[in-house]
Design a protein around this ligand. Sequence first.
Ligand code: SF4
Length: 349
Amino acid sequence: MFNCSAKHGYICVKPEGEVRPCCRWKGFSPPLDMFETFEDILDYYQKIIPTPSKTWPQGCISCYNDVSSSRKSEMEVLNEIIEQTGNTIQYLEVGFDNVCNMNCVMCSTQYSSRWDKLYKDNKEFLSKYILEYNSPPLIYDNIIRLLENSDISRLHTIKLMGGEPMYSKASLKFLEWFTNKDVSNIKLKFTTNATIFPEKYLDLFKKFKCVIPQTSIDGINEINDWGRNSNTSFKKIEEVVGLWNEYARQNNNIELRNNTTITLVNMEHLGTLSKWLSNYDQFTIKQISIAAMTKYISPLVVSRKIRQLLWQEQNILYNDMKLYTRHETLLNAHQQQGYPVKNVIDYIK
Ligand code: SF4
């Protein structure tokens, strides 16, 4: 049975300016500037997504696949956090741009302006490996217009995507918009590559109900430096992680998390990373996911035998890491390769 609460309160806006009822939606997504308020967006999706219903909308194919394979779907997640009443925004997920200060090996033009530049400077060579990205129109003004025109009294979560939100002027300006607002009921989540400690925003963070920076550290020392493919050294990351940890110790509304992406670069070094992270007592959740989209660096491209060797030869301390397995691309990639894989670790082992 299809019954999803997303259309009652969840809005996801991509840098391209498309509006979706959630991040997993695969159907047509209209442009942001078509709407006056967030209520209009939710009304639009309430009209085109009938629920509860025996049939699934085409746009919900990802959740349908999860439910059919007995995996926890995004629908289930959203049904727990979005009230199934009304049409006022409860959760806003927004990526303003691809602005980033790094060229991480598993990233791409779509999520990093540094990759975008690299691509444009080396188009002939790189076009074999990564896709061209056309910079989208800026959506900042449109998001603020909607925030100002809409009822945001039920807004309980904001999730900022990147690029690197702590480096993107639009993302930071967006945070500043909340300076004089009551955010004591709002949870703020964002991903960050841990190269920037946003001193200027620390007082603002204290006003939120909860702030969840999710760092994306994939390795330590030279493993980090190879993976980041940029000028910022691991020393800088250690410094920033130390500052976040101290800040979280002093402010109990800060929850630190790390999500590691497994690539061919760091695959045999997860144990050292996990051990290093255990020096920072405020990192409560450690997740791992796998690079599946960037084929040339993905563990999916090497044979099972080599994966097993890499996995066995290291002293893995991954037991305290939470597996992040609802990654659709990963699961598709597994299925395409014919492996009946239940989760990431099963796959690599
Ligand atoms: S069923 Fe899944 S894809 Fe469809 S709207 Fe709900 S969360 Fe999004």
